[in-house]
Design a protein around this ligand. Structure first.
Ligand code: FES
Length: 192
């Protein structure tokens, strides 16, 4: 045994202690970081599907709910509204919704799963203002009118030609549970 043996032992002990403390610091430091990556409770609530009871929504009426911080309109279209949408497509920019955002299971012309219930995100595809239901707007048979630059959409959210908005209004994912409950934000596959 040499004279420097105690020094070597102290050095090994010091290295081991420093490594252990450093490791603890890394674990302690990473816990808040991992927590920060998880969505907050309020963010989870905001992203959750929204249920809408359709029992009180009469023909011609519309209600608006918030989903993911965006207004989503639910309109009860009459049989006459549906017939007019299919018969009067000459002035539309994208009548079959080839360029527009919608789930694959909605009819491309009526843009809905059920012909009577229309669900649409009320965010203008021009610069993001909120169009509102405007029966008789611009001498066409009603529709949605954007207050910012006047883009006009029909009762299926399809934009007319030569408007500032380039695309139809987007349709969010949704499904029905029974005849009277609408669930916005998820479809049968659970897509959100
Ligand atoms: S934001 Fe709607 S027309 Fe410009």
């Amino acid at each position: 045994m040499t004279d420097d043996a105690p020094d070597a032992q102290r050095r090994r002990l010091l290295i081991a202690t420093t490594s252990a403390v450093g490791g603890l610091g890394l674990v302690a430091g990473s816990v808040p970081f991992v927590c920060a990556l998880r969505p907050s409770r309020s963010a989870e609530v905001a992203a959750a599907p929204v249920e809408v009871d359709l029992k009180a929504l009469r023909e011609g009426e519309q209600l608006t709910v918030q989903w993911r911080g965006q207004p989503v309109c639910v309109l009860h279209r009459s049989a006459a509204d549906q017939a007019r949408l299919l018969a009067d497509e000459a002035g539309l920019a994208d009548p079959d919704s080839r360029e527009s955002s919608q789930p694959p299971y909605v009819d491309p012309r009526l843009r809905s799963r059920r012909p009577d219930i229309f669900v649409v995100t009320a965010i203008c595809t021009h610069l993001g203002c909120i169009p509102s239901l405007a029966p008789g707007a611009a001498d066409r048979d009603g529709g949605y009118l954007c207050p910012c630059h006047g883009s006009h959409f029909d009762l299926a959210g399809r934009v007319f030609r030569d408007q500032p908005a380039p695309l139809n209004l987007a349709v969010p994912p949704y499904h029905f549970r029974g005849d009277t409950l609408l669930v916005i934000g998820s479809d049968e596959e659970g897509a959100t």
